[in-house]
Each structure stands twice: as structure tokens, then as C-alpha cells.
Design a protein around this ligand. Structure first.
Ligand code: ADP
Ligand code: MG
Ligand code: ZN
Length: 612
């Protein structure tokens, strides 16, 4: 008891001693509230964030519109308005706020004496409290690995909406429904509708997946919880799963809300394919995600969005109904989209008569991220040469920098590749147009979609449940159209045809072994396919025929392919001029839509051939 009081006495004495020393050094000016420089204040006034300024001699007390109080000082004897205008404030802005002058009074005088003596005491106590708390959390940290370090984007920073996302028209249309639901979930629940649960955004790096997910949150005005799946994998064993739990719990509390899992392929790869023992951290994390998604009540207003550029490696369990059953593809931007994206990123930058379209024309194969990068590089170039405005050449000169930059992951097309791709796609499109049994061409483009180079989109006129041999042959011929065009024009083949050839071979194989369309082998199936339904792909094919039959199958497959090849070759050589015309437009404008294509075909008098 005696000891304790003695210690206390010493402590109090020490405290007073420290306080006395402190008060010699600590003046009232350096203390809270926060002090702004005059140029910071000027910026805030210009941004319209200031509601009131009270001038007291040299001191300025500033009330911000968001309720916080800050301080500033003006050095000179000149009036406040005059001083601040010198710092670049627009005089009109001063009229939108309250300015008053206060004389020093008795209260202030006493405060000026009390605060310097009291403050060190408070500081000391604060320090003790801080140290104490540190020690406590230090001990706790060992148990809080599992706390998800989520990034919350709601209200903080600028809100992103669909307006900030250029192009991606189809993706936005599909997500409109999700936004609608977030805004008014009851409307959907009242109708007994199943709410969207998981949305998978697929697209190459830099196509705007993260941006679009944020825009959905912004449009729906809901909190956005962002997490990168690759972070899970780096964790200690068992931590990934608990982080997932944490993330979902937080999101549920904030519902309606969006959980965004970036790079989901990092955890969502087909299970059992992990190197070094299957049941690793990745797998546990994935399982936990599935458990959480399945455990949602019907009326939990949490939407899970995930992004990947490798949809092909995803575990099929992720894609099952009730999980990520909505898939949205984000295409690489074509000419018009690139122009729109550049415009968004050029906004607010001082341009010197820059023809944005011309920049777009020179940047095929650039992703949205590349274009954002490009606009930034152009601005940096202008600033470094001390110019006030960004010129056309700044943009052009930055193209190369972005192309060669280390951060680039996506694929840019060289002029030569553009020619080859244009003829390749023109080949597909022309053969499709020339064959009666083929579906009409909807769109031809040399801008890559998903993982393919360019593509030619054909859509059937009506819903079809049966497909004839003629139609299959037409498909085969169209698939080979790209290959034939390349060989005809360049007398060479590129790797761009490999997936076409694979497709053609698969189709031909099915014609022979599954549909009984080979005359030589007749109406029978060959081989037993064991489809592992739960993995969603063919695993094994068991032979149930002789070696001799096997040879005939090979022959027949080759015969179908040869026949289709001849059809494609004939169409392309007869309508060579049309092929050149289509390729030329593709080189110039990258995309041809249905109407234009149909008109073009008509102008060349192409008559459709029926294959037998
Ligand atoms: P991803 O997640 O697909 O890799 P991001 O969403 O991270 O791509 O895109 C990176 C940046 O590129 C965005 O922050 C944005 O500045 C720009 N960007 C990408 N696509 C677009 C677009 N369609 N419109 C406007 N900006 C885009
Ligand atoms: Mg991203
Ligand atoms: Zn092709």
C-alpha cells in the first residue's frame, strides 16, 4: 500500500516535470485542428468545399461543407479576400461562402494560456493509452490472420457508373438487369423471381472487368467489396477459407451489396489438377466460396461478381446453376470503342486540336487499359517538354511506348498481322456467304473476342433442332475458309488457323463416328464416349471397332475435310474480288456489320451454292 502510493507520487511528479518541459516547446499554433496552407485552402474554395471562414487577426478558422473544421494562417496584413485571390481563387467563389471577422476576446485569451499547459498532459495520457492498446492488439494480431483485407469502394472516392465505361455495349446491357435488381430487389422477390447470384466477367486483361464491376455497384448505389483471388493463394493454410467467410459476412451485413472476386481462376481452377497434392489452399478457398454461395437465403441481396481471363480453366462446379451462371463477355475494343475510350481518358486534359479518331485508327489490338495508359503517356510527354497542351504527336509518339511497355499483357496487331487476319476472316465470311447451307453472316471483325483472333459470327435464321449433313459440310467449309484464304493470298499458313482446323477435325470425326453420315461406314456409331458429366468434358473414348474400321474412319474423316476444303477453295477462287474487297474494309475499319456485308455480297452477284 505504501509502495503503491509512493510509486503514484513519483509518477505524478514525473508527469508534471514532463508537462512543464513540454509546455516550453509546444505552442498553441502547432496543435489541432488541422492546419492548411493557403494554397490548399484556395484549392478547397475553388472546389466549393468550404462553407465558412472566420478571420481572427492572422488566424483563419475554416468550416468545410462536410462538417470538419480546419485552420489556416495568412501571413500578411492584407485582407483575407485579397490574399486568397492571390492564391488563385476565383472571386466568384468567395461569394458562395460566408466570411466573417472576429476580434480577439477574453475567452480566447484564457484559452491561449490554459491549452499550452494542459495539452502535454493530454498528450502523455494519449501516449500511454496508445502504447497500452498497441500491446493488446499485438497479442491479438496472432489470431486475426483471417480478417479479410477488403477494399471497400462505396462513397469513398469518385463513384463510377456506366458512363465511365466506353464501348462494351452488350456487357452493359446484360448487367443492366443486375443493377435493376440492386436498386429494387423487392420488385423481383414479389414476382417470385430467382435473383441473379453470381456473374462471371470474362475478358482479356485490361478490357475493363474491374471497372465494369465497380460501375455496376455505382449504378446500383451499393457497397462494393473487392478482393483478388490471388491474395488467397499466398495465405497460410486454412486462412484463405476464413478470409472468404469474413468477406461474405461483411457483405451480407452491408446488403444489398456486391462482392467482387478478381482473378478467380487463381483459386477456381479445375480441382484435382493442382500440382503437388490436390487438396491445397486453393481448393479449400474455392470450396468455401461455393459453400457461401450455396448458403445464401433466397432474399439475401448480395451479388457475387467475379472476373477471369481464363474461363477455360475454371472448375465446372463454379459454373453450375445458382453459382456463376451468368456469364458476360468483354470484348477487346474495336475502332469505335477505342475512340470512345480514348475520349473518356482525354476528358479534362488540355488537348491541342487532337484527332482522337486518328489515334484510335492506329491502335488496333489495344485494350481499354492500354488506351488509358496511352492518354496518360501523352500527357506526360507534353508536360516533360513544358508544353501547355497535348498534341497529336504526343499521342502518336506514346503508342510505341505503350506497345513496348513492360506492363503490356494484351496482344497488339502489327500491320502485317492485320492483313493476314483480315484475309483469314474474309475467307470465313465469303465461304459462309457463298454456301446455301450456311447460316447468314452477322458480323465480321478482326478484333479478337474472348480468346480467338478475329471472328466471323454466323447465326441461324431460326431455331434449329436438327442439322443435316449438308449443313455440317457447309460449317466445315466455312471453318476452312480462313485457312484457304491465307494459302491463296500469301501462299503460306499462320498459326491463326489452328483452332479452325481442330474444330473442323472434330466435326468431321463426329459426322463419321456419331451421326452415321459416312456412306462407306453406314449408319452406325463408332466408339463409346464416356462423358464425365460432373466434369463437363469428355474424358475417354473406348474403341469398339476393329483396326481395319479404324483406318476407314481416318479415311472418311479426311474425305469430309477434303470435300469441304474443295468447296471453300472453289468459292474463294470464283469470288476472289469479293474476298479482296472484304479484306480491304476489314483492314480499314476492322468490323463489318450484317447489313453492309449483305449489300457487299449482293454487289458482287454472289449466288449461293448448295453442297451435296
Ligand atoms: P481488367 O480488370 O479487365 O484487367 P480494368 O477494369 O482493371 O481491366 O481496366 C484498367 C483500366 O483501363 C481502367 O481503370 C480504365 O481506366 C481503363 N479501361 C478499361 N476498359 C475501359 C473502358 N471500356 N472504358 C473506359 N476505360 C477503360
Ligand atoms: Mg482487373
Ligand atoms: Zn478462323
Amino acid at each position: 500500500m505504501k509502495n503503491l502510493s509512493k510509486n503514484l507520487l513519483i509518477a505524478v511528479f514525473l508527469l508534471f516535470a514532463i508537462t512543464a518541459v513540454f509546455s516550453l516547446f509546444v505552442g498553441v499554433e502547432e496543435t489541432a485542428p488541422k492546419t492548411l496552407t493557403l494554397s490548399d485552402l484556395a484549392a478547397k474554395i475553388n472546389a466549393g468545399e468550404v462553407s465558412r471562414v472566420v478571420v481572427n487577426g492572422e488566424e483563419l478558422k475554416i468550416s468545410l461543407k462536410d462538417g470538419t473544421e480546419v485552420k489556416s494562417r495568412k501571413e500578411t496584413e492584407t485582407g483575407f479576400s485579397e490574399t486568397i485571390v492571390n492564391y488563385g481563387v476565383v472571386p466568384e467563389k468567395l461569394q458562395t461562402m460566408e466570411i466573417s471577422v472576429e476580434e480577439p476576446n477574453g475567452f480566447k485569451y484564457w484559452m491561449g494560456i490554459i491549452i499550452p499547459t494542459l495539452l502535454p498532459v493530454i498528450l502523455m495520457l494519449g501516449l500511454f493509452w496508445f502504447i497500452f492498446r498497441q500491446a493488446k492488439t499485438g497479442a491479438n494480431q496472432a489470431f486475426s490472420f483471417g480478417k479479410a483485407n477488403m477494399k471497400l469502394w462505396s462513397g469513398i472516392g469518385e463513384k463510377i457508373t456506366f458512363k465511365d465505361v466506353a464501348g462494351l455495349k452488350e456487357a452493359k446491357e446484360e448487367l443492366e438487369e443486375v443493377v435493376d435488381f440492386l436498386k429494387n430487389p423487392q420488385k423481383f422477390l414479389d414476382m417470385g423471381a430467382k435473383i441473379p447470384r453470381g456473374v462471371l466477367l470474362m475478358g482479356q486483361p485490361g478490357t475493363g472487368k474491374t471497372l465494369l464491376a465497380r460501375a455496376v455497384a455505382g449504378e446500383g448505389n451499393v457497397p462494393f467489396f473487392h478482393m483478388s483471388a490471388s491474395e488467397f493463394v499466398e495465405m497460410f493454410v486454412g486462412v484463405g477459407a476464413s478470409r472468404v467467410r469474413d468477406l461474405f459476412d461483411t457483405a451480407k451485413k452491408a446488403a444489398p451489396s456486391i462482392v467482387f472476386i478478381d482473378e478467380i481462376d487463381a483459386v477456381g481452377r479445375e480441382r484435382g489438377t493442382g500440382l503437388g497434392g490436390g487438396h491445397d489452399e486453393r481448393e479449400q478457398t474455392l470450396n468455401q466460396i461455393l459453400v457461401e454461395m450455396d448458403g445464401f437465403e433466397r432474399d439475401t441481396n448480395v451479388i457475387i461478381m467475379a472476373a477471369t481471363n481464363r474461363p477455360d480453366v475454371l472448375d465446372s462446379a463454379l459454373l453450375r446453376p445458382g453459382r456463376f451462371d451468368r456469364r458476360v463477355v468483354l470484348d477487346m475494343p474495336d475502332l469505335n470503342d477505342r475512340e470512345a475510350i480514348l475520349k473518356i481518358h482525354a476528358k479534362g486534359k488540355p488537348l491541342d486540336n487532337v484527332d482522337i479518331r486518328a489515334v484510335a485508327v492506329r491502335t488496333p489490338g489495344f485494350s481499354g487499359a492500354d488506351l488509358a495508359n496511352l492518354a496518360n503517356e501523352a500527357a506526360i510527354l507534353a508536360a516533360r517538354s513544358n508544353r501547355k497542351k497535348i498534341t497529336q504527336d504526343d499521342f502518336f509518339n506514346s503508342i510505341e511506348k505503350v506497345l513496348l511497355g513492360p506492363a503490356r499483357k494484351s496482344r497488339a496487331i502489327t500491320e502485317n498481322e492485320k492483313q493476314i487476319t483480315a484475309y483469314h476472316e474474309a475467307g470465313h465470311a465469303l465461304v459462309a456467304a457463298g454456301l446455301k447451307d450456311s447460316d447468314p453472316v452477322h458480323k465480321v471483325t478482326i478484333i479478337s473476342r474472348g480468346l480467338a483472333g478475329g471472328y466471323t459470327l454466323k447465326l441461324p435464321v431460326e431455331d434449329r433442332h436438327l442439322k443435316t449433313k449438308g449443313q455440317f459440310l457447309a460449317d466445315l467449309a466455312v471453318a476452312l475458309g480462313g485457312y484457304v484464304a491465307e494459302t491463296t493470298i500469301f501462299h503460306d499458313v499462320s498459326t491463326g488457323s489452328s483452332s479452325d482446323l481442330k474444330y473442323a477435325t472434330e466435326i468431321a470425326n463426329k459426322l463419321v463416328t456419331q451421326y452415321g453420315m459416312s456412306e462407306k461406314l453406314g449408319p452406325r456409331t463408332l466408339g463409346k464416349n464416356h462423358e464425365m458429366i460432373f466434369l463437363g468434358r469428355e474424358i475417354t473414348a473406348e474403341k469398339d471397332y476393329s483396326e481395319k474400321t479404324s483406318e476407314i474412319i481416318d479415311e472418311e474423316v479426311s474425305r469430309f475435310i477434303k470435300k469441304a476444303f474443295d468447296m471453300a477453295k472453289k468459292t474463294i477462287s470464283v469470288y476472289r474480288e469479293a474476298l479482296d474487297a472484304i479484306a480491304k474494309i476489314l483492314v480499314e475499319r476492322e468490323t463489318i456489320e450484317q447489313e453492309e456485308f449483305a449489300a457487299l455480297i449482293k454487289s458482287f452477284g454472289i449466288k449461293q451454292v448448295v453442297i451435296r
